[in-house]
Design a protein around this ligand. Structure first.
Ligand code: SF4
Ligand code: SF4
Length: 397
């Protein structure tokens, strides 16, 4: 029996994609050059050509349940080779933004982070929380020598930031759980007998994600790979540094690194090396975004919000330490205040900003491993599909 494709276009979705940065998607005439150009698209049912027609037709569910949008690393090789200037790399980026909003829990925070008109509200909340912490302590008085614990009690910071971290983790897990359910219900790519368990698939995905191996295969844009690797490992180093400092203060009751307590030199080295890698990677991203837009693709508000928060976090952290070394107590306290605001924004909006792409990409790769998405299809000799079935499959992409 020939299979029928019932298309239920959501034209508002297409308009939303255009507003999210996919402004040229309607120029696509389905030549498939992009799928051929993409070095990391699987042989079986490659991207991004099929996503282009789904986006033009407004096939919202297809795109929201599509694991392939997360396999793309935005190298933009497809965009530079597209004969129509349809910028498929930008279209996939816009679809990813919509997918983060679609899966976000709670959903209003997805809208808050993705809407330019709500920038002041999004940034205002962490600003107010940190100001409240300061005025719960001694207000803007600057004890000398610099002791951040005398400015805002560490226990207050730990309560607020631990709650924010728990909220971020719970939100991200619930959002990714919804995404996984959508992948399972919306795809039928599983090869019989190829199904693997979640944990082995997750381990395989980590082996790919931690060294960014697929990103490296995407050779068209190697500098992008290097800058992402610097940011990724810099961030992990900063997270480990923060965890060790918190453990030393809370459990071992040691002095914080700013007071040169025992054993703080290795922590400072790890923290500073990680911070430099983080800032360097982000700096490269920012400069390229401003000077080579043909390689980075167009930049939407969603990109800039993420870069603003993450770059602000790294830069204010580094400046806080430099200014303290330089002996300016007021400068150090003010920068420390701004740094706390950025860190709180980073934590609170982690599951709703572009930052979340690390989680979605890992889940999509895991699903790909579990379902056999990337395995080669067995060749079926002498198999010729019936004309109606072939047309239906072609329409599906
Ligand atoms: S996006 Fe460009 S390269 Fe890809 S199918 Fe459409 S016209 Fe062809
Ligand atoms: S941007 Fe790069 S990785 Fe993404 S579809 Fe295009 S060529 Fe492939």
């Amino acid at each position: 029996m020939p299979r029928e494709l019932v298309a239920e276009p959501d034209l508002q979705f297409t308009q939303d994609l255009i507003a999210a940065g996919a402004g040229d998607l309607k120029k696509c005439y389905q030549c498939a050059t992009c799928s051929v150009a993409c070095r990391i698209a699987p042989d079986n049912n490659p991207f991004p050509r099929k996503e282009m027609i789904w986006a033009q037709w407004g096939l919202r569910d297809r795109l929201m349940n599509d694991p392939d949008i997360w396999l793309c690393h935005q190298c933009n090789d497809c965009s530079t080779q597209c004969p129509r200037g349809a910028y498929p790399g930008d279209v996939l980026k816009a679809v990813r933004k919509m997918a983060i909003q679609e899966n976000s829990w709670p959903s209003f925070l997805g809208k808050l982070v993705g809407t330019p008109g709500l920038f002041v509200v999004a940034i205002g909340f962490p600003v107010l929380v940190v100001l409240a912490l300061i005025f719960m302590n001694k207000g803007f008085t600057f004890p000398q020598p610099v002791k951040y614990g005398a400015f805002i009690d560490y226990i207050h910071i730990q309560v607020v930031f631990t709650l924010a971290l728990i909220f971020a983790v719970v939100s991200l897990v619930l959002s990714l759980k919804k995404f996984w359910a959508n992948l399972e219900s919306g795809n039928s790519l599983n090869m019989p007998g190829a199904r693997k368990g979640f944990i082995p698939s997750l381990i395989e995905a980590f082996k790919e994600v931690l060294p960014h191996t697929t990103f490296k295969d995407c050779q068209a844009n190697n500098i992008r790979y290097a800058s992402h690797l610097l940011v990724f490992w810099g961030m992990i180093g900063l997270f480990i540094t923060t965890a060790i400092v918190a453990f030393n203060i809370d459990i071992l009751h040691l002095a914080p690194p700013s007071q040169n307590g025992p054993g703080t030199i290795p922590i400072k080295i790890l923290g500073n090396v990680s911070a430099v890698a983080f800032i360097l990677g982000l700096g490269i991203m920012l400069v390229r975004r401003l000077t080579a837009p043909e390689q980075t693709g167009g930049s939407s508000y969603f990109d800039w919000f993420f870069l603003f928060v993450i770059f602000g976090t790294g830069l204010t952290g580094l400046l806080t330490e430099l200014v303290r070394w330089a002996g300016s107590a007021p400068g150090a306290y003010i920068l420390y205040t701004i740094h706390l605001m950025f860190v709180l924004a980073l934590l609170l909006y982690l599951p709703f900003s572009k930052f979340a792409h690390m989680g979605y990409r890992t889940v999509a790769i895991t699903w790909g491993k579990a379902s056999g998405r990337n395995l080669k299809l067995p060749v079926q000799p002498n198999f010729v599909p019936a004309p109606a079935e072939a047309a239906s499959e072609e329409a599906k992409g």
